[in-house]
Design a protein around this ligand. Sequence first.
Ligand SMILES: [Cu+2]
Length: 164
Amino acid sequence: MQLLCALSMVVALAPAAPAQAATQDKPKMAAPATKAGAARTIEITGGDDMKFNLTTINAKPGETIRIVLKSVGTMPKIAMAHNVVVLKADADQIKFTQAGMTARDTDFIAPDLKGQVLAATKLAGPGETVDVTFKVPAKAGAYPYVCTFPGHFAAGMKGQLVVK
Ligand SMILES: [Cu+2]
């Protein structure tokens, strides 16, 4: 029992060291790190109907946002999972999602088209929640977001991040 206590203390203490190191490294960073708490959170759900409940996200240029996607479906993850992948304004959404269909290992994002991605969550299965925090572009415009799970974009699982 005593050994267990000692062990759990070590575990509890362990993360403190890297966190301290990170704080000390801070001045070296090119841009001031945005605290996770500073990001505005946008909640989206996706379900078995292969639609996002939210198809427009409005944001200010350069704003840091956190997109939280909850899968509210019930089908098994292998057959039905969702993500939110925000693309560059000029990305070809059809090409992008088609190329990703066979890229299961990389969450249906074709590795050679990764350069078109501004931000991407992981895939969420039924009841799971995934999120991504990122800085929206400084340039005003409409940035498409899609679910890359095969067939979902074609079914209408998409939206627009409007920066203005
Ligand atoms: Cu989906």
